[in-house]
Design a protein around this ligand. Structure first.
Ligand code: 5GP
Ligand code: ZN
Length: 114
């Protein structure tokens, strides 16, 4: 069994509130929501971080951002806007080393981040 917490969610051995799933992509609610809507959109395949992304992952990233747009439409975020966040590495604030894109919305979000 995988040691990666998000692989466990993909495998179903760790529960999560899933909002979208297909063969390649999974989206679920963040355990510690920072906004009224805070989802994590991940590839099912284990990729540690953006540092492992190259041109060959283009189609997978396209799938992920299509899912982001579908969810933004379904959850009513598209009109007012939303934020996609990827944290990479220690200084970037990454805590789970299975690449994920935070989808945050439902309130006005401040800038710059802390
Ligand atoms: P990072 O800091 O790596 O960008 O984001 C990791 C995110 O994963 C955090 O926002 C954290 O709340 C969330 N998270 C960590 N463990 C779990 C978990 O077991 N289930 C869910 N749903 N979210 C988690
Ligand atoms: Zn993983």
């Amino acid at each position: 069994m995988s040691e990666c917490v998000f692989c466990k969610i993909v495998e179903g051995s760790l529960p999560a509130e899933k909002v979208y799933e297909d063969g390649d992509v999974l989206a679920f609610r963040d355990l510690h929501a920072q906004a009224p809507i805070h989802l994590l959109v991940i590839p099912k395949k284990h990729i540690s971080s953006v540092r492992e992304i190259g041109e060959e992952e283009g189609p997978l990233l396209g799938r992920i951002f299509s899912v982001v747009n579908q969810l933004a439409d379904e959850l009513g975020l598209a009109d007012k806007g939303f934020r996609i966040v990827n944290n990479c590495g220690e200084d970037g604030g990454q805590t789970v080393y299975h690449i994920h894109f935070h989808l945050l919305g439902g309130r006005a979000l401040g800038w710059p981040p802390g």
